[in-house]
Ligand binder design. Structure first.
Ligand SMILES: [Fe+2]
Ligand SMILES: [Fe+2]
Length: 330
Protein backbone atom coordinates (compact mmCIF):
# COMPACT_ATOMS: atom_id res chain seq x y z
CA UNK A 1 0.00 0.00 0.00
CA UNK A 2 1.28 3.45 -0.85
CA UNK A 3 2.31 5.74 2.03
CA UNK A 4 -0.23 8.22 0.77
CA UNK A 5 -3.03 5.83 1.68
CA UNK A 6 -4.22 5.44 5.23
CA UNK A 7 -7.19 3.41 6.41
CA UNK A 8 -9.24 2.56 9.47
CA UNK A 9 -12.13 0.26 10.20
CA UNK A 10 -15.48 1.81 10.89
CA UNK A 11 -18.70 0.06 11.80
CA UNK A 12 -22.08 1.70 11.69
CA UNK A 13 -25.76 1.03 11.38
CA UNK A 14 -26.96 1.48 7.79
CA UNK A 15 -30.43 3.02 7.58
CA UNK A 16 -32.81 2.66 4.65
CA UNK A 17 -35.85 4.92 4.92
CA UNK A 18 -38.43 3.11 2.79
CA UNK A 19 -41.36 5.41 3.44
CA UNK A 20 -39.49 8.49 2.15
CA UNK A 21 -41.50 10.56 4.57
CA UNK A 22 -39.80 13.77 5.62
CA UNK A 23 -40.68 15.46 8.88
CA UNK A 24 -38.33 18.43 9.14
CA UNK A 25 -39.33 21.45 7.09
CA UNK A 26 -36.16 23.25 8.24
CA UNK A 27 -34.01 20.50 6.74
CA UNK A 28 -36.04 20.59 3.55
CA UNK A 29 -35.47 24.34 3.20
CA UNK A 30 -31.78 23.83 3.85
CA UNK A 31 -31.72 21.16 1.14
CA UNK A 32 -33.33 23.61 -1.32
CA UNK A 33 -30.73 26.20 -0.33
CA UNK A 34 -27.95 23.62 -0.74
CA UNK A 35 -29.07 22.78 -4.27
CA UNK A 36 -29.49 26.42 -5.26
CA UNK A 37 -26.11 27.52 -3.95
CA UNK A 38 -23.91 24.93 -5.68
CA UNK A 39 -20.94 26.49 -7.49
CA UNK A 40 -18.47 25.15 -9.99
CA UNK A 41 -14.94 25.66 -8.72
CA UNK A 42 -13.46 25.72 -12.22
CA UNK A 43 -15.70 28.59 -13.29
CA UNK A 44 -16.47 30.51 -10.11
CA UNK A 45 -12.80 31.15 -9.36
CA UNK A 46 -10.26 32.87 -11.58
CA UNK A 47 -7.41 30.35 -11.49
CA UNK A 48 -5.46 32.37 -14.08
CA UNK A 49 -4.70 35.02 -11.48
CA UNK A 50 -1.00 35.23 -10.62
CA UNK A 51 -0.38 34.67 -6.94
CA UNK A 52 2.89 35.51 -5.21
CA UNK A 53 2.68 33.94 -1.74
CA UNK A 54 5.68 36.02 -0.64
CA UNK A 55 4.03 39.33 -1.46
CA UNK A 56 3.61 40.90 1.97
CA UNK A 57 0.90 43.27 0.79
CA UNK A 58 -1.33 40.33 -0.11
CA UNK A 59 -0.12 38.01 2.67
CA UNK A 60 0.60 40.52 5.45
CA UNK A 61 3.17 39.96 8.19
CA UNK A 62 0.36 40.13 10.72
CA UNK A 63 -0.84 36.76 9.39
CA UNK A 64 2.23 35.10 10.93
CA UNK A 65 1.68 33.62 14.38
CA UNK A 66 5.11 34.85 15.49
CA UNK A 67 4.53 38.43 14.33
CA UNK A 68 5.57 40.84 17.07
CA UNK A 69 7.32 38.19 19.19
CA UNK A 70 10.96 38.33 20.33
CA UNK A 71 11.76 35.58 17.82
CA UNK A 72 10.22 37.70 15.08
CA UNK A 73 12.34 40.72 16.07
CA UNK A 74 15.49 38.59 15.82
CA UNK A 75 14.72 37.57 12.21
CA UNK A 76 15.86 39.43 9.11
CA UNK A 77 13.35 40.42 6.43
CA UNK A 78 13.99 37.28 4.36
CA UNK A 79 13.37 35.02 7.36
CA UNK A 80 10.21 36.92 8.26
CA UNK A 81 8.91 36.51 4.71
CA UNK A 82 9.66 32.78 4.85
CA UNK A 83 7.79 32.60 8.14
CA UNK A 84 4.71 34.27 6.61
CA UNK A 85 4.94 31.91 3.62
CA UNK A 86 5.16 28.76 5.76
CA UNK A 87 2.33 30.02 7.94
CA UNK A 88 0.10 30.35 4.89
CA UNK A 89 0.99 26.83 3.70
CA UNK A 90 0.48 25.35 7.18
CA UNK A 91 -2.91 27.00 7.68
CA UNK A 92 -4.26 26.07 4.28
CA UNK A 93 -2.95 22.49 4.66
CA UNK A 94 -4.91 22.12 7.89
CA UNK A 95 -8.00 23.31 6.06
CA UNK A 96 -7.34 20.86 3.24
CA UNK A 97 -7.04 17.86 5.58
CA UNK A 98 -10.02 18.96 7.66
CA UNK A 99 -12.05 19.19 4.45
CA UNK A 100 -11.14 15.62 3.56
CA UNK A 101 -12.35 14.55 7.01
CA UNK A 102 -15.60 16.44 6.36
CA UNK A 103 -15.99 14.72 2.99
CA UNK A 104 -15.62 11.26 4.53
CA UNK A 105 -17.76 11.87 7.59
CA UNK A 106 -20.59 13.46 5.59
CA UNK A 107 -20.56 10.50 3.21
CA UNK A 108 -20.93 8.26 6.30
CA UNK A 109 -23.80 10.42 7.57
CA UNK A 110 -25.78 9.84 4.38
CA UNK A 111 -25.53 6.13 5.14
CA UNK A 112 -26.20 6.08 8.89
CA UNK A 113 -28.62 8.93 9.58
CA UNK A 114 -32.18 7.57 10.02
CA UNK A 115 -34.18 10.32 8.25
CA UNK A 116 -34.56 10.89 4.55
CA UNK A 117 -34.32 14.69 4.45
CA UNK A 118 -30.94 14.50 6.23
CA UNK A 119 -29.77 12.01 3.60
CA UNK A 120 -30.88 14.45 0.88
CA UNK A 121 -29.17 17.41 2.48
CA UNK A 122 -26.09 15.29 3.31
CA UNK A 123 -25.77 14.42 -0.36
CA UNK A 124 -25.42 18.11 -1.24
CA UNK A 125 -22.86 18.48 1.49
CA UNK A 126 -20.78 15.58 0.15
CA UNK A 127 -20.60 17.52 -3.13
CA UNK A 128 -19.67 20.71 -1.24
CA UNK A 129 -16.87 19.00 0.70
CA UNK A 130 -15.49 17.34 -2.43
CA UNK A 131 -15.27 20.79 -3.98
CA UNK A 132 -13.59 22.21 -0.86
CA UNK A 133 -10.91 19.52 -0.91
CA UNK A 134 -10.39 20.20 -4.60
CA UNK A 135 -9.97 23.98 -4.27
CA UNK A 136 -7.70 23.96 -1.21
CA UNK A 137 -5.50 21.34 -2.87
CA UNK A 138 -5.41 23.25 -6.12
CA UNK A 139 -4.59 26.56 -4.42
CA UNK A 140 -1.83 24.98 -2.33
CA UNK A 141 -0.25 23.21 -5.27
CA UNK A 142 -0.71 25.75 -8.06
CA UNK A 143 -0.31 28.95 -6.09
CA UNK A 144 1.53 28.32 -2.82
CA UNK A 145 3.83 25.49 -3.86
CA UNK A 146 4.23 23.58 -0.60
CA UNK A 147 2.08 21.81 1.96
CA UNK A 148 2.07 20.12 5.35
CA UNK A 149 0.95 16.63 6.36
CA UNK A 150 -2.11 16.27 8.56
CA UNK A 151 -1.58 17.43 12.14
CA UNK A 152 -1.75 14.57 14.66
CA UNK A 153 -4.43 16.11 16.88
CA UNK A 154 -6.65 16.90 13.92
CA UNK A 155 -6.12 13.33 12.65
CA UNK A 156 -7.00 11.94 16.11
CA UNK A 157 -10.29 13.83 16.11
CA UNK A 158 -11.11 12.84 12.52
CA UNK A 159 -10.40 9.17 13.37
CA UNK A 160 -12.65 9.40 16.40
CA UNK A 161 -15.52 10.84 14.37
CA UNK A 162 -15.13 8.40 11.49
CA UNK A 163 -14.85 5.30 13.70
CA UNK A 164 -17.76 6.05 15.99
CA UNK A 165 -20.90 4.32 14.72
CA UNK A 166 -23.32 6.76 16.37
CA UNK A 167 -24.65 9.22 13.79
CA UNK A 168 -25.21 12.00 16.27
CA UNK A 169 -21.55 12.00 17.32
CA UNK A 170 -20.51 12.40 13.70
CA UNK A 171 -22.72 15.47 13.55
CA UNK A 172 -21.46 16.79 16.85
CA UNK A 173 -17.76 16.30 16.08
CA UNK A 174 -17.81 17.39 12.48
CA UNK A 175 -20.74 19.72 11.87
CA UNK A 176 -20.73 21.49 15.21
CA UNK A 177 -17.12 21.47 16.41
CA UNK A 178 -14.81 21.22 13.38
CA UNK A 179 -17.02 23.13 10.97
CA UNK A 180 -17.90 25.73 13.61
CA UNK A 181 -14.21 26.31 14.16
CA UNK A 182 -13.52 26.44 10.44
CA UNK A 183 -16.25 29.01 9.92
CA UNK A 184 -14.84 31.34 12.57
CA UNK A 185 -11.32 30.78 11.33
CA UNK A 186 -12.23 31.60 7.72
CA UNK A 187 -13.88 34.79 8.87
CA UNK A 188 -10.65 35.86 10.63
CA UNK A 189 -8.45 34.84 7.68
CA UNK A 190 -10.55 36.87 5.29
CA UNK A 191 -9.91 39.94 7.40
CA UNK A 192 -6.13 39.33 7.25
CA UNK A 193 -5.28 38.03 3.78
CA UNK A 194 -5.63 40.45 0.86
CA UNK A 195 -5.07 38.03 -2.02
CA UNK A 196 -8.18 38.12 -4.28
CA UNK A 197 -8.24 34.46 -5.40
CA UNK A 198 -7.87 33.19 -1.84
CA UNK A 199 -10.46 35.67 -0.59
CA UNK A 200 -12.95 34.57 -3.20
CA UNK A 201 -12.29 30.92 -2.48
CA UNK A 202 -12.78 31.45 1.25
CA UNK A 203 -15.93 33.48 0.69
CA UNK A 204 -17.54 30.71 -1.34
CA UNK A 205 -16.49 28.03 1.14
CA UNK A 206 -17.79 30.08 4.05
CA UNK A 207 -21.19 30.26 2.41
CA UNK A 208 -21.28 26.44 2.24
CA UNK A 209 -19.91 25.91 5.75
CA UNK A 210 -22.58 28.11 7.29
CA UNK A 211 -25.20 25.70 5.90
CA UNK A 212 -23.23 22.71 7.18
CA UNK A 213 -23.18 23.96 10.76
CA UNK A 214 -26.91 24.74 10.56
CA UNK A 215 -27.45 21.17 9.24
CA UNK A 216 -25.87 19.75 12.40
CA UNK A 217 -27.84 22.01 14.66
CA UNK A 218 -31.21 21.32 13.07
CA UNK A 219 -30.61 17.55 12.89
CA UNK A 220 -29.47 17.23 16.50
CA UNK A 221 -31.96 19.67 18.06
CA UNK A 222 -34.91 17.34 18.64
CA UNK A 223 -32.80 14.22 19.12
CA UNK A 224 -30.82 15.79 21.97
CA UNK A 225 -34.02 16.82 23.76
CA UNK A 226 -34.89 13.19 24.43
CA UNK A 227 -31.47 11.90 25.60
CA UNK A 228 -31.11 10.44 29.09
CA UNK A 229 -28.94 12.44 31.49
CA UNK A 230 -26.08 9.96 31.05
CA UNK A 231 -26.25 10.13 27.28
CA UNK A 232 -26.40 13.92 27.41
CA UNK A 233 -23.32 14.09 29.68
CA UNK A 234 -21.43 11.80 27.35
CA UNK A 235 -22.10 14.19 24.43
CA UNK A 236 -21.16 17.14 26.58
CA UNK A 237 -17.80 15.56 27.45
CA UNK A 238 -17.18 14.54 23.86
CA UNK A 239 -17.78 18.12 22.67
CA UNK A 240 -15.44 19.54 25.30
CA UNK A 241 -12.65 17.05 24.51
CA UNK A 242 -13.03 17.81 20.81
CA UNK A 243 -12.72 21.54 21.53
CA UNK A 244 -9.51 20.96 23.50
CA UNK A 245 -8.03 18.83 20.71
CA UNK A 246 -8.85 21.51 18.18
CA UNK A 247 -7.45 24.28 20.34
CA UNK A 248 -4.20 22.43 20.95
CA UNK A 249 -3.67 21.57 17.32
CA UNK A 250 -3.10 25.25 16.72
CA UNK A 251 0.37 25.33 18.24
CA UNK A 252 2.19 25.20 14.87
CA UNK A 253 4.82 22.68 15.99
CA UNK A 254 5.28 21.17 12.49
CA UNK A 255 5.95 24.64 11.11
CA UNK A 256 8.49 25.65 13.74
CA UNK A 257 10.35 22.40 13.16
CA UNK A 258 10.44 22.94 9.40
CA UNK A 259 11.66 26.53 9.83
CA UNK A 260 14.38 25.40 12.26
CA UNK A 261 13.09 27.78 14.94
CA UNK A 262 13.22 27.15 18.71
CA UNK A 263 10.04 25.06 19.01
CA UNK A 264 9.48 25.59 22.73
CA UNK A 265 9.78 29.35 22.48
CA UNK A 266 7.48 29.48 19.46
CA UNK A 267 4.82 27.39 21.21
CA UNK A 268 5.18 29.53 24.30
CA UNK A 269 4.45 32.62 22.19
CA UNK A 270 1.57 30.86 20.46
CA UNK A 271 0.02 29.84 23.77
CA UNK A 272 0.57 32.99 25.76
CA UNK A 273 0.68 36.07 23.55
CA UNK A 274 -2.39 38.26 23.95
CA UNK A 275 -3.04 38.36 20.21
CA UNK A 276 -2.98 34.57 19.84
CA UNK A 277 -5.15 34.07 22.92
CA UNK A 278 -7.71 36.44 21.46
CA UNK A 279 -7.47 34.71 18.09
CA UNK A 280 -8.07 31.30 19.69
CA UNK A 281 -11.02 32.59 21.64
CA UNK A 282 -12.65 34.00 18.51
CA UNK A 283 -12.38 30.54 16.96
CA UNK A 284 -14.98 29.36 19.44
CA UNK A 285 -17.45 32.14 18.67
CA UNK A 286 -19.66 29.82 16.60
CA UNK A 287 -19.23 26.66 18.63
CA UNK A 288 -20.31 27.98 22.04
CA UNK A 289 -23.77 29.39 21.11
CA UNK A 290 -24.44 26.18 19.17
CA UNK A 291 -23.49 23.95 22.12
CA UNK A 292 -25.77 26.05 24.31
CA UNK A 293 -28.62 25.60 21.84
CA UNK A 294 -28.03 21.83 21.97
CA UNK A 295 -28.21 21.85 25.76
CA UNK A 296 -24.54 20.83 26.05
CA UNK A 297 -23.42 23.73 28.21
CA UNK A 298 -24.66 22.64 31.64
CA UNK A 299 -23.52 24.02 35.01
CA UNK A 300 -21.28 20.95 35.31
CA UNK A 301 -19.24 21.73 32.15
CA UNK A 302 -19.36 25.54 32.17
CA UNK A 303 -16.30 26.05 34.44
CA UNK A 304 -14.15 24.21 31.88
CA UNK A 305 -15.23 26.52 29.07
CA UNK A 306 -14.90 29.46 31.44
CA UNK A 307 -11.26 28.47 31.92
CA UNK A 308 -10.81 28.53 28.15
CA UNK A 309 -12.19 32.09 28.16
CA UNK A 310 -14.87 31.31 25.57
CA UNK A 311 -18.14 31.68 27.50
CA UNK A 312 -18.34 35.31 26.33
CA UNK A 313 -19.77 33.93 23.09
CA UNK A 314 -22.66 32.04 24.64
CA UNK A 315 -25.23 34.66 23.69
CA UNK A 316 -24.08 35.04 20.08
CA UNK A 317 -26.57 33.99 17.43
CA UNK A 318 -26.67 30.23 16.84
CA UNK A 319 -25.82 29.12 13.30
CA UNK A 320 -29.48 28.36 12.64
CA UNK A 321 -30.44 31.92 13.57
CA UNK A 322 -27.52 33.33 11.56
CA UNK A 323 -28.42 31.48 8.42
CA UNK A 324 -32.08 32.44 8.83
CA UNK A 325 -31.07 36.09 8.93
CA UNK A 326 -28.41 35.52 6.22
CA UNK A 327 -25.94 37.10 8.55
CA UNK A 328 -23.13 34.69 7.88
CA UNK A 329 -21.81 35.75 4.52
CA UNK A 330 -20.31 39.11 3.82
FE1 LIG B 1 -15.97 22.08 3.86
FE1 LIG C 1 -18.41 21.63 5.69
Amino acid sequence: MSDALDSLLSEMQVYYTWNYKSVSSSLNSLYEKGKKEQWNSSQALDWKLDVDPENLEKFPETSAILYGSDIWQRMNKKEQTECVYENTAWRLSNFLHGEQGALLSTAQLVVCVPFIEAKFYGATQVMDEGRHVEVFHRYLHEKVGTDYPVNKDLKALLDLILKDGRWDLKYLGMQIIIEGLALASIRVLRSIYKEPLLDNLLRLIMQDEARHVAFGLISLGDFYKQLSENERREREDFAYEACILMRDRLDGREMWEKLGLPVKECIEHNNNSIIMREFRQILFSHIIPNLKKLNLLSERIRPRYEEMGVLVFENNLSSEQEIASSNVIN
